[in-house]
Structure formats: C-alpha cells, structure tokens
Design a protein around this ligand. Structure first.
Ligand code: G1P
Ligand code: ZN
Length: 544
C-alpha cells in the first residue's frame, strides 16, 4: 500500500500565474513545499481530477526531473487515474498540447519557462493546460491563485521516485504512468499537415538548411523530422541535445540570442534557409540568406501561402494576431476577404477562436505562430510550413518575402524591451500614459500626429469575456503605431515592451534599414512616455 501523507503548510502569497503560468527563479521553486502548494492548488481548482488522465512533461530544463517526480506523487495522492509523460519527462509544449487532445486527457501540467534561461540560477515554470490542449483561461488561473493563498496543506504519496527514462509503464499506488516517445505522435501529426514528399524532394535536390535547436527540447523533434523523415543531411540540426541549462545560452530564437545562426545566414555561403526554436519548442525564428523575417511578416506570409499545405488546401476560416503584432497579416486577410481578430498578448486568447472554428492560423510578434492543429504555438510546425511553401513554389525564401511586400506593402517593425526596471517606475509610466490618452489625438510627437489612442480592452467574440488594460496603443496619421505594455512573464523587476511599426506601401522603399525607418516612431514613443527620463536608460536592453 502506498502511504498518502497530508502535509500542513503556510500558504505562499506569490503564486499568481502570469501570461503563461507561474514563472519564478529556480531557487524560488526549490523552497520546501513550493511546487507542492502550487500543484495542489491546481488539482483543487480543476474539476474532475479524481479518475482523470493528465499529461505531464516539460522542456528538460534544470529542476524538470525533480518537479515531475513531485507532481506524480501529488497526482497519485489526489486520485488521478493515469498520467502520460514523455521519456525523461520531456515534452515540447506543442507536443504536450497534441497529447492532451489526442488522448482526450482532462488537461496537462507543463513544466517550462519557455525562452527564459535555465540552470540553477535560471528560470522555471509550471502551467496548466485544459482539455482542448491550450493554456488555462484566466478564470481558472485566478481560481488557482486564490486557492494557493487559502490552502493549508497538500496530499502526497510517500513513494520512491519512478523510472521514466524509457518508454513503458509504471505506477504509483493506483495511478498508472505511461511513458511515451515524446516525438512519435507529434511527428505523425506533422506528416498529416504538411507536404512531406515535396519537402523530401527539396532536400534531395540539394537544398541546405540550418536549424538551431538552442540545446533545448526541439532537438530530438527536429532531428527525427528534418533529418530522418525528410532526408536533410546529418548536421542540419545544430545544438540538438537538450541540456538542463541550454548550454548557458538564452534559448530565445531572436536575432540577438540566436546570434551564431544569424551570422551564418548573413554571411557568404549561407544555407538556403535558417530556423530556430526556443526552450520549450513553441517559438520559431525564420531567416532567409541575408534577410531576417520578422515574426509578424512570417505570420502574414504563412497566412497568404498556407493553402499550399495539405491541411489548409481548402483555405483558412480566419486569422488572428495579438495586439502588438504588426498589421501585416490584416492586409492578407483583407486581400483574401478573411475575418481577422486582434487579441491580447498570450496564446490563451487564440484558443477560444480556434475552438469555435473562427480562425485557422494565428500568431504573435514574439515569434509564436500556430494553427488549429493544437492549442499552443508551435515552432517546428511553422518551420515545416515554410519548407512546404519553399518546396511547392520553388522560390528562394527571400523572394517569397519580397514578393509578399510588393503585393501587400511592408510593415517595418521592431520591439524595444527595457528589462529589470523598477516596478514602481514601470507602473507609474504606464499609469501616466493611460491618464494622458484622452488628450492625445491631434497632438504631434517627433513629427508624428496622433490619430487615435486607447488602452486595449478585448471582448472575446466567442464567450463574451472581457479583458481590460491589455496595452496602450497609439495610432499615428502617418500609418505608424506604437504599443506599450508590461511583460507578464518576467521573473525580476518589470519589463517594459515598446512595439514600433510603420507601414510602407512603396516597393522602392522596401529595402531600407528598419531602425532608420522607425527612428521617428522611437522618438515619438519616448516623447509620449518619457521612457529615457524615467528609466534612466539610454537604450533598450534588447531590440528585436
Ligand atoms: C511573452 C510574449 C508573448 C507570449 C508569452 C509566452 O509574454 O510577449 O507574446 O505569448 O511571452 O511565450 P510577455 O512577457 O510579453 O507577457
Ligand atoms: Zn516557449
């Protein structure tokens, strides 16, 4: 008999989930009872836990293994009937979403801090996904948070750690644990979505690609799919072994953190196509030889060309983008007469639209793109859809992008992040900006005249739920836009994100340096919000 212990605890008061679950530094999660309390609160807040099937897995970062063992013992003690996990406890976020859907699980607990650094001093995170495979809605995460503050104990099985390193079955008490190959179901799904024979022919013809898995979870997925199933040469996937600290790198696929890949793609003899994915495999970076493709542009290109893939051959139902994502995809939607939705930041807002069949494709400027195949963004899927497009059109990636701009115009785009600023300063900046909104229309800042200004409130067209204060957006007469918001995923201080864009319809002006085109928008943003004066920073911490 497995003994079930009830352990009394004093509640932690800081377990409020953000944009994407609870994210904290590893030492915070390592405090005695910390993981236990948060997971017990999830198990208490989700209906139907007794007798349920749950998917549990993570991106393999530091503390993943320990946390999984704890979660398994909590699940067993709370009456969960069956847990499905990947061998080694590994599951990319999109693969976990797929497993929840395919195996009709009640939900899943995903361990990741996405693109944040890992290791003993890095970040860790826990989030709950619901039965459709997507992140829990705010109503549930708020219920979990309330529960963390009121519970006084947790139930845990007193059992030894279980072996989960190879596919098979094991158990804790009455709860069975099924350990699956983390890649198999995901790879099978991709074969149904994109044109594998066309991509195989592309590689057979000598097409060269570099995929940087950033020593994170996508490595095994990319090696299996790109190298084994699609025939890309061995070595196409670099940094393919998931490491607990991601090799000391920051597993965020943007031009700053994927610097080695960018250098290769910008240099002489660059491969035909470059790509990368993040810590948990839901983000993507796309780069053509000599040309970085901004995630907002990538979303627009994918929306325009998706019908070249078998899964989307009949066209798209609609598209969606988060507020700060550039309006490039809106132009495609207009041209194709498709509905387009603007949502707050965070994948959970796309889930209801996908579930209701209102959209087929969606994406965020932060390198997340996805479709109705799962309820998370999906890094490798985006890369495969790009390969499908390249294979079926026979055109170089840079031509695809330039032709897209010629057809729809170019939305020059950049994001400036000010990291680890004092929370009080950040809050005051946003509060003052909000207070100034009614007086802004008609005023000119750095040569740009404000046309409209508001704080984005989203009403979900499916369930009617209203989410307020999702970002301050300023639209200028000159068809430029700036959005200000504070990050909901940071783990120390506040991060101010400033999203800048300007539309350029004239094809002869499509080859300019984005920094140059956006300089007036940057100046206007500073004039509007007093960023430099308030933060005492001369420049952003990261520009993407
Ligand atoms: C960031 C991104 C957002 C993404 C989230 C989770 O959130 O900006 O688009 O959905 O990570 O990957 P933020 O830190 O801005 O709240
Ligand atoms: Zn991620």
């Amino acid at each position: 008999m497995t003994e079930i212990a009830t352990v009394s605890v004093t509640p932690f008061l800081d377990q409020r989930p953000g944009t994407s679950g609870l994210r904290k530094k590893v030492p915070v999660f390592q405090q005695p009872h910390y993981v236990e309390t948060f997971v017990q609160a999830i198990l208490d807040s989700v209906e139907g836990i007794a007798g349920a099937t749950l998917v549990v897995g993570g991106d393999g970062r530091y503390f993943n293994r320990e946390a999984i063992q704890t979660i398994l013992k909590l699940a067993a003690a709370n009456g969960v009937a069956h847990v499905i996990t990947g061998s080694g406890g590994l599951l990319s976020t999109p693969a976990a979403s797929n497993l929840i859907r395919r195996r009709k699980a009640l939900g899943g607990i995903i361990l990741s801090a996405s693109h944040n650094p890992g290791g003993p001093d890095g970040d860790f995170g826990i989030k709950y996904n619901v039965s459709h495979g997507g992140p829990a809605p705010e109503s549930l995460t708020e219920a979990v948070y309330a529960r963390t503050r009121s519970l006084n104990g947790y139930r845990i099985a007193r059992a030894p750690d279980v072996a989960i390193d190879a596919p098979g079955r094991t158990a804790i008490g009455a709860m069975t644990i099924e350990i699956v190959d983390p890649v198999a179901d995901y790879a099978a799904m991709m074969e149904q979505i994109v044109d594998f024979p066309a991509i195989r022919a592309l590689f057979a013809g000598g097409f060269r690609m570099r995929f940087d898995a950033m020593s994170a979870v996508t490595g095994p997925y990319a090696v299996e799919i790109l190298e084994r199933r699609l025939g890309a040469p061995a070595g196409t996937v670099i940094n393919s072994v998931p490491l607990p600290d991601f090799g000391g790198h920051h597993p965020d696929p943007n031009p700053v953190h994927a610097a080695a890949l960018m250098t290769e793609m910008m240099g002489p003899g660059a491969p035909d196509f470059g790509a990368a994915s993040d810590g948990d495999g839901d983000r993507n970076l796309i780069v053509a030889p000599g040309l970085f493709v901004s995630p907002s542009d990538s979303l627009a290109v994918l929306a325009a060309q998706a019908p070249l893939a078998p899964a989307y051959a009949e066209g798209l139902a609609g598209v969606a983008r988060s507020l700060p994502t550039s309006r490039a995809v809106d132009r495609v939607a207009r041209a194709l007469n498709l509905p387009v939705y603007e949502t707050p930041t965070g994948w959970k807002f796309f889930a209801t639209l996908l579930d209701a069949g209102k959209i087929t494709l969606c994406g965020e400027e932060s390198a997340g793109t996805g479709s109705n195949h799962v309820r998370e963004k999906d890094g490798l899927w985006a890369v495969l859809l790009w390969l499908n497009i390249l294979a079926r059109t026979g055109k170089p990636a840079a031509d695809i992008v330039r032709e897209h701009w010629a057809a729809h115009g170019r939305d020059y785009y950049s994001r400036h992040d000010y990291e680890e600023i004092d929370t009080a300063i950040a809050d005051a900046l946003m509060a003052d900006l909000r207070a100034s909104l009614p007086g802004l229309p008609g005023r000119t800042f750095a040569g740009l005249t404000v046309k409209a200004a508001d704080d984005f409130t989203y009403t979900d067209p499916v369930d009617g739920s209203v989410t307020a204060r999702q970002g301050v957006r300023i639209l200028f007469e000159e068809d430029a836009r700036v959005v200000f918001r504070l990050s909901g995923t940071g783990t120390s201080g506040a991060t101010l994100r400033v999203y800048l864009e300007r539309f350029e319809p004239d094809t002869s002006r499509h080859g300019l340096d984005p920094a140059e085109v956006l300089a007036p928008v940057v100046a206007a943003a500073d004039a509007l919000a007093g960023i430099r004066a308030r933060t005492k920073r001369d420049e952003p911490s990261v520009i993407t």
